[in-house]
Design a binder for this molecule. Structure first.
Ligand code: ARG
Length: 587
């Protein structure tokens, strides 16, 4: 139970004691922290229903609560708000419990689920776009939050490795090196184990080939043909394609690693290719497929639809499959190989219609309950011009370049602030990379998921305010305070003895962690954990400014403060970890 849930139960019981509904006892943090710590507005609703004076009801509830030793003060304010303040002794006991708890007060789910999470979606040989960056950052954090609360998560990268770009690459390479064995018609290998090109060639070939296809319809036709031959199994093309995927995957893996993002499965769209024929036959027998000008479609519209809902195209008139086909087959594959309770997609908002169609089709087909398929879409990271962020030369975002940029900027900011000095080249660079990536990730995660935001490196990188670097600095500072206490032989952490206002405030923040985790999980909203981490850092900073720690004369107070500091450090690091942010040991 989180603290708010526990308090709500206690106040709810008081309502029940008056013959009123338990749910009226809902407690939330006080709107006026200067007057109380918590409040309950249930008396207002109760009075409305019973046509009574809310202050009279509130007084009755307050009277029942005043008996309880956990409260220091229970008052009735305004039209009938019940204001609650916990006793310092109760707060101290709760902090002691928190310090013993392996999850530092984090919330755990009563009923656990197995969930496949799809938060990658990079495409072979194509640079990642901003949507991929946000999917990775948000998905990694959600994965960690869900895992922490007890769910079993299987993260799948779902590589885009099966569409037209593959045919464009194949034809592009054929123009450059027509004599390669992969292009021999009728040959069935064997083919060399070494790739005929390097990653840099792919990065050059793909944009070239895709531009050529745009400019020249005959090139586009060739690419379409190559795609279809690849998908039908032409051995030389398959062999070439395997090289492309392997090269690309190695580089994509490195970029995700630099971002602290990992996946359990490295499946791709191509993996479900063998399922498609059988799936189509089954859908046909269920009467779900219709012919439409030579194409085969599944109608997913409903009478009560408020917007237009086009059918899902299963096969184009030339027989080619679509993005919808592979996503539907992927659901089938996930059911067969993982049997999850739920599937979550962390993908760009531009794909909302696509997922709506796929979810409806999966539900119609009986593959998966649409209620348990979630598209957690997100807004766009924009540039200063309000359009999706692009690199300075107007090109698509290369994650590698972005990470280099934030690292360089972090290095500069650290030097300006006199931080991470004299550490040796390697450590300084490591700190800079962690600060840079933290700046990027925190800036992304601290906005509500569905909002757009503007990429503003100066603001992300500030050591003051609600930023990644500020939080890393806070984490490092807590650690250095504790190290100083140890060096001064100030003694170990001991029982909490909350007395000063700043201790009380910090304790309340520490105790709000459970609620933050619960809400972040329920709303699929990492920004709630960002808020918590920021409040914790600020709460510590005020506590540290007002209370002596290692230098405190009173041994009991000293041990209590060391305990508070140590708990703050551990909870802050846990919160950062759940956000997917790595803190350096020092800076
Ligand atoms: N490869 C896709 C793209 O770049 C994203 C894939 C997202 N996941 C999915 N199951 N469709 O747009």
């Amino acid at each position: 139970m989180t603290l708010l849930e526990e308090l709500s139960t206690i106040v709810g019981n008081a309502f029940a004691g008056e013959g009123l509904d338990l749910s009226l006892g809902a407690v939330k943090p006080a709107d006026r922290p200067d007057l109380a710590q918590f409040q309950c507005n249930g008396a207002l609703a109760a009075a409305k229903a019973a046509k009574q004076n809310p202050r009279v009801i509130a007084e009755k509830i307050a009277e029942r609560l005043r008996d309880q030793p956990l409260f220091d003060n229970v008052t009735v304010a305004g039209p009938g708000f019940i204001n609650l303040t916990l006793a310092d002794g109760d707060l101290s006991a709760r902090i002691d419990d928190l310090a013993k708890d392996a999850s530092f007060g984090g919330w755990r789910k009563p009923v656990k689920e197995k969930i496949v999470m799809d938060y990658g979606g990079p495409n072979v040989a194509k640079p990642l776009h901003v949507g991929h960056l946000r999917a990775a950052i948000i998905g990694e954090s959600l994965k960690r939050i869900f895992r922490f609360t007890g769910d079993e998560i299987v993260g799948d990268v779902h590589l885009g490795d099966w569409g037209l770009p593959m045919g464009q690459l194949i034809t592009g390479l054929r123009y450059e090196q027509p004599d390669l064995v992969y292009f021999d018609e009728g040959s069935s290998g064997p083919y060399p184990a070494e790739p005929p090109v390097a990653l840099a060639d792919l990065e050059r070939l793909y944009p070239q080939a895709s531009a050529a296809c745009k400019a020249d319809p005959s090139r586009a036709e060739e690419a379409r043909k190559a795609t279809s031959e690849l998908q039908k199994g032409r051995p030389g093309y398959r062999a070439l394609w395997r090289h492309f995927v392997a090269l690309s995957r190695a580089s994509i893996e490195r970029e995700y690693a630099d971002l602290g993002v990992t996946f359990d499965l490295w499946k791709g769209e191509a993996d479900v290719d063998p399922l498609i024929e059988e799936m189509a036959a089954e859908l046909q027998s269920k009467g779900l497929i219709e012919d439409s000008d030579g194409a085969r479609i599944i109608r997913v519209a409903r009478d009560d639809d408020k917007k237009e809902m086009p059918p899902l195209m299963l096969f184009k008139s030339d027989g080619a499959v679509t993005y919808g086909t592979t996503d539907l087959a992927t659901i089938l594959d996930r059911v067969q190989s993982e049997n999850p309770d739920r599937i979550i997609y962390v993908v760009d908002q531009r794909q909302r219609l696509h997922f709506e169609q796929v979810f409806r089709a999966a539900d119609l087909a009986g593959y998966f309950d649409a209620e348990k398929l979630e598209h957690l879409w997100f807004g766009t990271m924009n540039g200063n011009d309000g359009k999706p962020f692009k690199t300075r030369d107007g090109g698509a975002l290369k994650l590698r370049d972005l990470i280099d940029t934030v690292t360089a900027r972090a290095k500069m900011r650290l030097a300006e602030s006199g931080l991470a000095e004299g550490y040796g080249e390697n450590e300084t660079l490591d700190v800079a990379r962690k600060v840079g990536v933290a700046a990027l990730k925190f800036a992304d995660l601290s906005n509500p998921r569905v909002s757009d935001y503007i990429f503003d490196l100066d603001r992300f990188m500030a050591f003051e305010g609600k930023t990644g670097p500020y939080l890393l600095y806070a984490s490092v500072r807590v650690r250095s305070v504790l190290a100083k206490a140890e060096a001064k032989e100030a003694g170990a952490a001991g029982a909490a003895a909350i007395g000063a206002p700043e201790e009380r405030a910090l304790a309340l923040i520490l105790l709000a962690f459970g609620e933050a985790v619960r809400e972040a999980h329920q709303k699929r909203a990492p920004h709630i954990l960002c808020d918590h981490a920021f409040q914790l850092a600020q709460g510590f900073s005020k506590f540290y400014a007002a209370c002596r720690i290692a230098d405190e004369k009173d041994a009991k107070k000293r041990a209590s403060r060391i305990a508070l500091a140590s708990l703050t450090g551990r909870q802050l690091d846990l919160a950062l970890n759940l956000l997917g942010i790595e803190a350096p040991a020092r800076m």
